[in-house]
Design a protein around this ligand. Structure first.
Ligand SMILES: Nc1nc2c(ncn2[C@@H]2O[C@H](COP(=O)(O)OP(=O)(O)OP(=O)(O)O)[C@@H](O)[C@H]2O)c(=O)[nH]1
Ligand SMILES: [Zn+2]
Length: 203
């Protein structure tokens, strides 16, 4: 039995699947390791606060993206629907520090006319962002969820981010932006893709 199975077996579940008690213990250890005193007044509640914050940062690990795409509407629209400039925060899985920026999510509804609520596109970004991530996988997971659940003619996700692991440490290049895209179906065709990109970039 691996550690995750063991946790489930013991039913140690905190914030929607995150083991808060375990995080608290680990944070106390980190405080000792950096030479701090977890018993001093200002730090007494810190392990609990960090655990609660981690519960939020990683809530998406325990959420199913299909929950957000199960409500669809039959709307006659066979052209691009794009929600752009969706702000989000995620956590770099290499350093466990934030990366943040904006996501642009678009699709062309499929022949069955499955159109989702606009907010659901932003919810989809949240489900995948609230996990230990790399930007490329975040981009792909969002587009693949759209393809799987809406069966669109085309789908496209563009993400622009600043990674704190490149800004506040390591190479220290604040302001450097990473742009990733994932495109499926008809949106791969040059004219359609160009139209979507010009809508995204036309700020
Ligand atoms: N491809 C990709 N790389 C990422 C992402 N987030 C962080 N990284 C990179 O992950 C790499 C990890 O490299 P390592 O050499 O193992 O770690 P490191 O010594 O901390 O590297 P430096 O950041 O260069 O100091 C770094 O180059 C980061 O910039 C991401 O979303 N996608
Ligand atoms: Zn990183």
């Amino acid at each position: 039995m691996n550690e995750i199975e063991q946790r489930e077996e013991n039913n140690v579940q905190g914030a929607g699947g995150v083991d808060l008690e375990r995080i608290e213990k680990a944070v106390r250890e980190i405080l000792y390791a950096i030479g701090e005193d977890p018993g001093r007044d200002g730090l007494l509640e810190t392990p609990k606060r960090v655990a609660k914050a981690y519960g939020e940062f990683f809530a998406g690990l325990h959420q199913d993206p299909s929950d957000h795409l199960s409500t669809t509407f039959d709307i006659e629209h066979d052209e691009l629907v794009l929600v752009k400039d969706i702000p989000f925060y995620s956590t770099c899985e290499h350093h466990l520090v934030p990366f943040h920026g904006t996501a642009h999510v678009g699709y062309i509804p499929g022949p069955e006319g499955k159109v989702t609520g606009l907010s659901k596109l932003a919810r989809l970004v949240e489900v995948f962002a609230k996990r230990p991530q790399v930007q490329e996988r975040l981009t792909t997971q969002i587009v693949e969820a759209l393809v799987e659940h809406l069966n669109p003619r085309g789908a496209m996700v563009v993400i622009e981010c600043e990674h704190m692991c490149m800004s506040m440490r390591g190479v220290r290049k604040p302001g450097a932006k990473t742009v990733t895209s994932a495109v499926r179906g008809q949106l791969r065709e040059p004219a359609t893709r160009a139209e979507a990109m010009s809508l995204i970039l036309g700020k």
